[in-house]
Design a binder for this molecule. Sequence first.
Ligand code: URA
Length: 209
Amino acid sequence: MAKVYVFDHPLIQHKITYIRDKNTGTKEFRELVDEVATLMMFEITRDMPLEEVDVETPVRVAKSNVLAGKKLGIVPILRAGIGMVDGILNLIPAAKVGHVGLYRDPKTLLPVEYYVKLPPDVENRDFIVVDPMLATGGSAVAAIDSLKKRGAKHIKFMCLIAAPEGVEAMQKAHPDVDMFIAGLDEKLDEKGYIVPGLGDAGDRLFGTK
Ligand code: URA
């Protein structure tokens, strides 16, 4: 069963409050999402493997650690996921970035893939799929299906706000994919919005309506 980590770090919780606030404008919203993505990434990378190297300090040679160079791929789900990418790259600037675009078929209501571009060496890469909102879970499940279909074996999922319905859908479809969440909310409303949530993350990030 996938693990669900809800980050209770005070800085993350503080910033999430202002992200939720309907009076937070586009510029500030974007900056806050960026900052929270950085803080979440700091926690998510806690288990990254290290290797010991010799480093010559001005005093003597020391044993010290560097990242073992595991290949990382960040995959935002279009479009709102893009808002979290720069914050992640602040910490891991060498990470490669793929994209998955999905729309909901108006008849079947099922997600349909319209764009997928992933970095090379999919089988040996650790992927973090990002989307600010995990609502019904339809897009996240489909995006991860799409990565697995192309050979991805190690995937984590990161979002700002999740509904219990989305967490359950992910656990059912992808029990191997751990989820990292800043706020676990109450429910979905009849239009599929997370309650209390933050509204439409894409519109708030890009200033559209
Ligand atoms: N997507 C959003 O942007 N907000 C929601 O509340 C649900 C899905």
